[in-house]
Design a protein around this ligand. Sequence first.
Ligand SMILES: [Cu+2]
Length: 121
Amino acid sequence: MKLKVGAGLLAAWLCMNAAPALAHSFLVEATPSAKDHVASAPKLVKLRFGGGVEPAYSTISIVDVGGKVLAEGAVGKPETPRELTLDAPELAPGRYVVKYRVLSSDGHIVEGKYEFTVDPR
Ligand SMILES: [Cu+2]
């Protein structure tokens, strides 16, 4: 039993550290993207992954610089199985962090985060 748990943890670790060539569902495109400066606040965050993801077991959050979660959730559509979106609340100018933790169709959890900035008008 102990061995089984250890093997599971190792598999998860391997997934998160493996090269993209191994086809796990890593983030391949994001809107707004990392380090983006956007003139007007985005209406939603859209993440596209390299493989299918399971919306029911995935979460995207928008967090302010103080660590406060402003929005959380993940919406997927059957016609775009590699994409997840999250509606954004009204965002004042400033820096924000997008965090994601998604279940890839291959059964692995993929997580990460990045920052974007809403520029002052
Ligand atoms: Cu994987």
